[in-house]
Design a protein around this ligand. Structure first.
Ligand SMILES: [Zn+2]
Length: 138
């Protein structure tokens, strides 16, 4: 994985998150991703929200908050930093959640909603940034 791919990769290195490959940034500054199945098939492309949904359709993931498997039909994409607090549709700001937890979290910051979920997210973000830093030292 080259440095740009690594930098723009989701901090979580597991399906469905790691099925996305940064493709390019469009004229509006939106990062676009190609989505690949684990067997290498190209599933589609899009911005982070669409790409995560495409990936989840192929390899359903678990709710970030309760660790329950989420059916394809009811996946919610949760903004770690809420849209209401100017949290963007950047890949690093999105995790998948069950409808119950995404609706309960609503516009709350992750730390106010679920301290365990917040700590878990900061840990994976720290690991991700450490990998990026190491790659840039090479
Ligand atoms: Zn949940």
């Amino acid at each position: 994985m080259d440095r740009l791919q690594l930098l723009f990769a989701h901090p979580l290195d597991e399906p469905p998150y790691n099925l996305l490959r940064y493709k390019r940034t469009d004229a509006q500054g939106v990062h676009l991703y190609d989505v690949y199945a684990l067997d290498g098939r190209h599933l589609g492309e899009g911005g982070a929200l669409k790409a995560i949904q495409l990936a989840h359709r192929e390899h359903p993931g678990k709710c970030w908050y309760c660790d329950t498997g989420i059916p394809i039909s009811s996946v919610h994409r949760d903004h770690v930093k809420p849209r209401a607090s100017k949290g963007g549709n950047d890949l690093h700001n999105i995790v998948i959640a069950c409808p119950k937890h995404n609706c309960a979290k609503s516009n709350m910051p992750i730390a106010a909603f679920d301290a365990h979920g917040a700590t878990k997210y900061l840990d994976v973000l720290h690991d991700h940034l450490s990998r990026v830093a190491r790659a840039h030292q090479r």
